[in-house]
Design a protein around this ligand. Structure first.
Ligand code: UT7
Length: 335
């Protein structure tokens, strides 16, 4: 186990979230594409999702961080670093992390954005943990935030029904008790999946032109069936690998915290891992797929509902565009 080599672990010591007020239910989609409530519920598990009407990803991220700071009684000046996992930054630059830093007045923080699609929060959590474990930083905020409605093609029934907007943030701090906090991870990127889930326009390959707009190249494209198959296989494989590395059996795990893209992917992954359904965090029915925000939104809601306790063993697992995927094993450290 990696934690034996460390002097201190990074632990989640606080959570915060923001879900925009506007709700789009499945009925709404019946009015814009050829679909129906029954299909969406049974094929995805989604009942509704939130949409940010005014404002951008940084506004949602800022609200999530304000919630986090207030609930942990932390002042913005104490923050050392801010990492924002997102594929919907306000702009290509400056980084959304800079905007959040300024919005909250985190005068002593540095920060950056991290692009790893639906695995973004896990990549950012591991990166933030590294900053803490290295000993130089003591309070790192890790945010998953995406305004998916800004890149979703609302004429494509294959993709538009699954995505929503949201943001959530965690505070990472050091703990000398190595039995708590982030214990281990298996994180992977496999660029051979680049043509299965992508957004082609707006980068250096296809800068915005009239043609890129006409060809709808500023919207995300997903080969849902292909992504579905690889997601189930890889999320289960990396999670089992992580459990074996850490001598964990399915019964040792308090919760699987999966990326919320499709309830059927979640069920199949849990099944392959041998995890009971009642030990799987789920809120996809309320928010849909908020990309980098799904896992921290689950953590925040379950913790605030009193369902996660100090000492609980959690496996966080995600799969997304890139491909990117991976799992993190952590022991919950907040009472
Ligand atoms: O977030 C990280 C990465 N993303 C994911 O993990 C998402 C992975 N993929 C999925 O969740 C699913 O593939 C989707 C929800 C996107 C699609 O569900 P599916 O069960 O894989 O559907 P399918 O693509 O196999 O399509 C089955 C049928 C097709 O009709 P035909 O060809 O059999 O007549 C589709 O055209 O369902 C049709 N269909 C729909 N019907 C009603 C596709 N989308 C819809 C829709 N409403 N919204």
């Amino acid at each position: 186990m990696q934690n034996k080599k460390r002097l201190r672990n990074a632990a989640i010591t606080g959570v915060g979230m923001y879900a925009p007020e506007k709700v789009l239910d499945n009925k709404y989609f019946e009015s814009i594409v050829d679909t129906n409530d029954e299909w969406i519920r049974t094929r995805t598990g989604i009942e509704e999702r939130r949409i940010m009407e005014n404002g951008a990803t940084s506004d949602m991220a800022t609200k999530a961080v304000e919630d986090l700071l207030q609930s942990t009684n932390t002042s913005a000046e104490e923050i050392d670093a801010i990492i924002v996992a997102t594929v919907t930054p306000d702009m290509l630059f400056p980084a959304t992390a800079c905007l959040v830093q300024d919005n909250i007045g985190a005068k002593n923080a540095w920060g950056f954005d991290l692009s790893a699609a639906c695995s973004g929060f896990l990549y950012a959590l591991q990166t933030g943990a590294g900053l803490i474990e290295g000993g130089q930083f003591n309070k790192v905020i890790v945010i998953g935030a995406d305004k998916m409605s800004s890149i979703v093609d609302y004429t494509d029934r294959n993709s538009c029904i699954i995505f929503g907007d949201g943001a959530s943030a965690v505070l990472l701090e050091p703990t000398d008790n190595l039995d708590y906090g982030i214990q281990d991870s298996v994180l992977v990127c496999d660029g051979s999946g680049r043509d299965k889930l992508y957004l082609k326009g707006g980068g250096s390959l296809n800068p915005a032109t009239e043609e890129t707009v006409q060809n709808r190249m500023h919207y995300l494209v997903q080969d849902g069936k292909a992504v579905f198959k690889v997601a189930v296989k890889q999320m289960a494989e990396v999670s089992v690998n992580l459990m074996e590395k850490n001598n964990l059996k399915a019964e040792d795990i308090t919760y699987l915290v999966p990326h919320q893209a499709n309830k059927r992917i979640i069920d199949a992954t849990a099944n392959r891992m041998g995890i009971d359904k009642d030990k799987v965090m789920i809120n996809i029915q309320k928010y849909g797929n908020t990309t980098a925000a799904t896992i921290p939104l689950c953590l925040t809601e379950y913790y605030r509902d009193g369902k996660v306790k100090k000492g609980d063993k959690l496996i966080l697992s995600a799969f997304g565009g890139g491909f990117t995927f991976g799992s993190i094993y952590l022991v919950w450290s907040i009472d």
